[in-house]
Design a protein around this ligand. Sequence first.
Ligand code: SF4
Ligand code: SF4
Length: 277
Amino acid sequence: MATMITNDCINCGACEPECPNNAISQGETIFVIDPMLCTECVGFHDYEACAAVCPVDCCVTDPHNIETEDALVARARALHPETQIGDNFESRFRKGQGKAAGAIAQKQAPAQAASAGANEVMDRVASATGAAPQMSGYAEPQVNFLSLPEIDSWEIPIRCFKCHQTHVESVRNFMIGNVIFCPHCNKSMVVRDNLNYHIRALLKDSYERWGKEQNAFSSQRETELAQFMEHRAKEAQAFETHQRRELQRIGQQLETLGETYDAPGKPIKKGSRFGWG
Ligand code: SF4
Ligand code: SF4
């Protein structure tokens, strides 16, 4: 089955650069896949790269275009004659991680592939250099959110209008009609509704804003972290692909060198230097 894009596409463009066959392009209204170029990523990945990054899961198998793994790998080889796609090629058919494995497996595939690939590369480097492989970890810094005190536990400094000295009263004493006595001159003061209103409004607004800000901050950090990790997984995956191709290229270059090298003593075909042999 070739992969197709349904009308749920939101034109985000995330899939286009992921395709190893350049099969995805912007259509008239949504992104489209050229079935003659799509190999369901056979030859390159053991999952469909476009489906793995699509945020709305609209890269799906086309039930009207069923193709075998043999046909798909043959297409991959034809599309990439410069790349050696041997018998041990990547394929979602082989590892059973195709669409039947479900959306979760698909979404995890890039990260898993990136991580597995990174480990594989690290192991190769380690075996070549004798160095111990090391993977750096990422620890999300903990945010120590401050807690607000109980709303009734606040104390408010108040200045006596007679002796002008200041003393502290619990917020609970600022009820309408309550009488507060100055501890210095014993002058009384009655709490009126406007003072009570201002204190209540200030505390209510402050406590509500505190909670909203904390929730917004937490959710923004979670979103940013998820985006960051997704970006890192894609980066790792892309770099692994680059290194795989480099490995293949080095191997091909060495092969060519070995085949074409004119070793001293190598017999020279008679007449070949004059063009008729
Ligand atoms: S399944 Fe793979 S080859 Fe096909 S369009 Fe998606 S990314 Fe490209
Ligand atoms: S990733 Fe999905 S939604 Fe975005 S352009 Fe591709 S098919 Fe459309």
